[in-house]
Design a protein around this ligand. Structure first.
Ligand SMILES: [Cu+2]
Length: 194
């Protein structure tokens, strides 16, 4: 069983096809535009992130919540949080598909769903597999798609991960899976503030 932190996962998610020998010019252009699009929407997400909280420190954890991911649902499907609380989430993908646990607003999830759709179109993401080797992309200009996004993890079946999150505000939060089709089929949960 493999454990991934939010940060590890972010590197995975934000990197695309790289170092592939014999890539055609068309393919390169397609990937470049996809990445630019993804970066743009993601920056937008960060601008609106202030209310959702920040990565937490292990020393401040006051509660551990276990989240089981199935096809396509969470268990539990709602959680209660105190403002300012630092929560350790232990996430297990007990389903047969790739699933994500992502803390954010509905608008952030909508933006993220577009990025995940592109990952699937490029073959980086499959129904039951994350092609992490394809994601270590060096854009050739010194930039990579490495990106610190500690509010989410993306897991293959049987994988587990931990996310420590400090909730700072009572923004309308959901935890959601943005793998194409999953959110629409109900794979989201509500965050209530006590
Ligand atoms: Cu899912």
């Amino acid at each position: 069983m493999e454990t991934r932190t939010g940060t590890d996962n972010m590197k995975i998610k934000r990197t695309f096809l790289s170092g592939v020998a014999g890539v055609t010019l068309t393919a390169v252009l397609a990937v470049t535009s996809a990445v630019a699009f993804a970066a743009g929407s993601h920056d937008g997400g960060h601008g609106g992130k202030s209310g959702i909280g920040v990565p937490g420190n292990a020393a401040d954890v006051t509660r551990t919540i276990e989240i089981k991911m199935g096809d396509n649902f969470y268990e539990p499907e709602e959680i209660s949080i105190k403002k300012g609380e630092t929560v350790q989430f232990k996430i297990i993908n007990a389903g047969e598909f790739v699933h994500e646990f992502n803390i954010g607003t509905a608008a952030m999830h909508a933006a993220h769903q577009e990025e995940m759709m592109m990952m699937m179109e490029h073959g980086v993401l499959e129904v039951d597999k994350i092609n992490r080797d394809m994601m270590k992309m060096d854009m050739g200009n010194g930039k990579t798609m490495e990106h610190n996004d500690p509010n989410s993890v993306l897991l293959e079946p049987k994988e587990t991960a931990e996310v420590i999150w400090k909730f700072s505000d009572d923004a309308e939060l959901e935890f959601a899976c943005n793998v194409p089709g999953h959110y629409a089929s109900g794979m989201m949960g509500e965050v209530h503030f006590e």
